[in-house]
Write a protein that binds this ligand. Structure first.
Ligand SMILES: [Zn+2]
Length: 583
């Protein structure tokens, strides 16, 4: 369970004061944040989700006037100097937890972003893991640690809490998408998540000329501009503590009917009472508008990403400006989100590049605010593969095998877990895992002529031991595809569910795989990029940057794996590693 929800989010949510409302800029920009006097900060550890130069270079090479210390600088620094192999599975939650515990997925047991427990499918980010993470270990050593959105540092217990910062969040409710006709008013409600059955009323009015304005209990918003989020702030009472919350509105589409997205009321769980008050005072609060239903509406989707990034950058800058922290862990999701959504998407390339230009400037601002006393580590958690084909995992495994267990699929990873019940149970006598694995290893994708899988691992095998995937809750089979293929755990009787329109089917195979457009088979709109593939593939690798008075002397090339990074950094800084970190 996510205990921080009970601590921070669930509770009586009472609007008591109207604070303010801003239209174009969700937050006031922090001024003159570059620290001067403080020399306490010794390390900034920055994770850029999906940081893989090969994937983002086609976009970042088009960035005009890159910031001298921004994203382009990071990529240039890292490109020829590092090639970091991530763990198997090359998936966000397992990879981040491995990096900060320096243990493989078999030890910490988080195998996916969504994994099967024998009774339910649960989020990998929320699950408990036994190995000590470095945030906790550093705090025990007497160091003061900040963390902003670092995966698994979510306030769920003392071992997942920092001294200062914002907790990793996993928004509990989706935004509402509402439709309002010109010349009418729509009465809608925002549910009060703190009090069942209680709602806040809002009125959305579309004037005859299409201007949209909104009345809320906390003030009026509008007229809205398309793809430009507007926030209204309110004070909320949560278990006795008053915090600032935000409701955000986005005009998604205009016409006779207008579409408006309304965020849930959300409070960012934060660490450190004084820091929390500081964020509230500076209006550094937001409520998420990001919603993958908007992905086909690029300008709106990207504006929700922008809305979130503004908040994170301001919170990060507030953290960097403090003089009472020794270490800061930071995290940005942006590259991953863009690659999932728009990899190989020529139509939306200009919008993505424009976004990355702003991201580059923000990163540059952030990295320039790091005092010279501090070292800098930048790395990713996996790369990205442009998806050409989406295959039905159950068909690949065969229904006879799939029906004996529980199949899950995530990008290029396909798992066969035990069915309902004890996760340590052995397969039934009529299921020979070695034989199944042998067949999977032999599969050649006739669309490309290439082997489908880079790695197929059977529970308890030598290969599982070699990969460090030896925990007792491992799936019976873990199969990691080569690049270009993603799996869906579909019940449809189709082997090929979808292909990207940049992946033409050879003439010779037209009879077997007729043109999807004519056959009703999906041409995949999104995601266009995926990870979870075999970690040896170049496109699944990530990059490393080491800078600063201590770490600047280390050649990033000598660090070959994300699992080996923490020991190198900890030893160089003369700090203890987390207790399970023996690498
Ligand atoms: Zn990731």
């Amino acid at each position: 369970m996510r205990k921080h929800y009970s601590k921070f989010v669930i509770g009586s949510l009472l609007a008591i004061t109207v604070i303010s409302c801003s239209r174009f800029s969700p937050f006031p920009r922090a001024e003159n944040v570059a620290p001067t006097a403080q020399a306490r900060l010794k390390l900034v550890w920055l994770s850029l989700d999906g940081f893989n130069a090969g994937a983002v270079n086609p976009w970042t090479s088009k960035i005009r006037s890159p910031h001298p210390k921004g994203l382009v600088w990071l990529l240039n620094s890292a490109n020829s100097q590092s090639d970091l192999k991530v763990i198997n599975p090359s998936i966000t939650a397992p990879s981040h937890i491995s990096t900060i515990t320096c243990t493989g997925a078999g030890v910490h047991g988080i195998l996916d972003n969504q994994s099967w427990t024998g009774t339910a499918t649960v989020g990998g980010f929320n699950r408990e893991y036994a190995p000590e993470n470095w945030v906790n270990s550093l705090r025990k050593q007497g160091l003061r640690v900040g963390s902003a959105l670092y995966p698994s540092i979510d306030g769920n217990g003392e071992s997942r809490t920092a001294d200062v910062g914002i907790a990793y969040d996993n928004p509990g409710s989706q935004p509402q998408i509402l439709s309002v006709q010109n010349g009418t008013t729509l009465n809608a409600v925002i549910p009060d998540r703190g009090e069942a059955g209680h709602t806040f009323p809002i009125d959305i009015t579309a004037a005859s000329d299409g201007q949209i304005s909104i009345k809320t209990p906390w003030g009026d918003v509008g007229p809205l501009t398309k793809s430009a989020p507007s926030d209204v702030f309110l004070m909320s009472k949560l278990n006795g503590a008053t915090r600032k919350a935000a409701v955000s509105f986005l005009l998604v589409a205009t016409g006779d009917k207008n579409t408006v997205e309304v965020s849930p009321i959300e409070i960012m769980p934060a660490f450190g009472e004084e820091f929390t008050r500081d964020l509230d005072a500076k209006n550094i609060t937001f409520s998420s508008l990001r919603d993958y239903r908007l992905q086909s509406n690029t300008s709106s989707f990207i504006s929700t990403l922008e809305h979130r990034r503004h908040f994170i950058v301001e919170a990060d800058l507030a953290m960097l400006a403090r003089n009472d922290l020794d270490v800061n862990f930071l995290y940005f999701e942006d590259l991953d989100v863009l690659l999932h959504g728009y990899y190989h998407d020529d139509v939306n390339e200009a919008a993505v590049v424009e976004y990355l230009e702003k991201f580059d400037q923000d990163l540059g601002r952030l990295l320039s605010a790091i005092p010279s006393s501090s070292n800098l580590v930048v790395l990713g958690d996996h790369g990205m593969s442009a998806i050409s084909y989406v295959l039905n995992a159950r068909k690949i495994l065969t229904e006879a095998v799939a029906s004996k267990g529980n199949v899950t699929a995530s990008g290029g990873a396909m798992y066969l877990y035990p069915p309902q019940g004890d996760m340590t149970q052995e397969p039934p006598a009529d299921l020979d895992l070695s034989a199944v694995a042998g067949k999977l290893r032999d599969i050649t994708l006739d669309l490309t002529g290439a082997k489908l899988f880079g790695k197929v691992i059977v529970r308890g095998s030598q290969e599982a031991r070699d990969e460090g995937l030896t925990g007792k809750n491992m799936p019976w089979i873990m199969a990691f595809a080569n690049g270009g293929v993603a799996f869906k755990n579909s019940v449809e009787n189709k082997e090929l569910l979808a292909r990207a329109n940049w992946s033409p089917i050879p003439e010779a195979l037209r009879a077997k795989y007729p043109d999807p457009m004519n056959n009703g088979v999906l041409v995949i709109p999104a995601p266009a990029g995926q990870h979870g593939h075999w970690n040896e593939l170049p496109e699944m690798r990530t990059k490393l940057v080491l800078e600063g008075p201590v770490l600047g002397g280390i050649d990033p090339k000598t660090v070959e794996r994300t699992l080996g990074l923490l020991p190198v950094v900890a030893d160089a800084m003369h700090w203890q590693r987390p207790s399970g970190c023996k690498q």
